[in-house]
Design a protein around this ligand. Sequence first.
Ligand code: URA
Length: 437
Amino acid sequence: MLFVDVIRRKRDGGELTDEEIGFLVDGLADESLPAEQVSAFAMAAYLNSMSFDEAAKLTLAMARSGAILDWSDGICDGPVVDKHSTGGVGDKVSFLLAPIAAACGCHVPMISGRGLGHTGGTTDKAEAIPGYDTAPDLDRFRDIVADVGCAIIGQTPDLAPADRRFYSIRDVTGTVESVPLITASILSKKIAAGLHGLVMDVKVGNGAFMDDLGAARELANSIIATAARAGLPVHALISDMNEVLGTTAGNALEIDESIRFLRGDAREPRLDEIVIALCAEMLVVAGVETDRGAAARRCDEAVRSGKAAEVFARMVHALGGPTDLLEKPDAYLAKAPVRRAVHARGTLIAVDTHEVGNTIIELGGGRRRVGEALDHSVGFSGFAAVGTALDATTPLATIHAASEQDADLAERKLLAAVTLGDEKPAARPAICETLTG
Ligand code: URA
């Protein structure tokens, strides 16, 4: 078979045969397909989409492109469950939710992604922790999940390798925002992790890949229905992504915020609401709790009691990070040489969150090319929430940059990305909908 014919078929709006899907997935996994052909295919699929059946077959083929974890040996004494986000800016939810869920009796084998398009990636954020190994071998991964309760790692060559390659090419070719491609990408990793249940955080808004509720619902339903074919129960929350989630965006800065959240120093309200709601839904999908209110209270208690922080510290250490990161984050997390508070006058009415994500890429915190190294120290801290009155004492955000020139550029871009006014806008709910299939 010639892959150029597969590209042509998709280019002309046709449906791929099982054989063609197999050829694509094998060529992704063993890297025999060159990047230019994968890019052309990704663009054709982006433009002409895929049928539900085609996307479901692609999902299963990508899931089976490597090992599939099996937890049936009883190594874990609780349900194996996970959460996955469709991607946003400042989304550090995984670092909070995985230890909270583990502290509540779940086991969370989280295989995360790198930055994709304008969004940050959990794997990149984890790598801001010195020594943290995001690619342990599968036996070690399983042991840590069983022993500590959670492990957040990146895509390894063993699990869903086809997605790993496809993801890195989609990242830099403008082909992310596609319901079938996102469905296949997310679920292939999750099916390969052998989960008993999954909660999806489908983000909607100007910092998400889906900018209206209809599209977010379509994606959530696509993921729920495709997962059902593989026997994986999925619940989905649609959450707001029209502003930075929490107060930071940027790899090391987000780890720092996560630590402060788990220590109980600062729990930014929207981040808190989304973390607790998603985590509570994990307990429900896993059958640990039946009532969402009771599940939410249990998650909150796991933070307040310090149990979740303890699990986070154990996970970091088990994966090679420092033993005292929780006590001394400043001693370990990279700091940018230039810090600049950006001031504006007026009430913050709206943020072009996509542009904020792009600015982090310009600062060096995200990728322009496949495989590019990142500067973990850069980004924004103290990002004001929409509705905040900004003045000479309350900044819009603080820029963390490698140079004064970079900070100048980021300041210009940041000021151009916000809308200021006189009146406080109506509050938007952090969680828009819950779908359970
Ligand atoms: N997250 C993924 O893992 N894949 C996508 O395509 C988008 C978000």
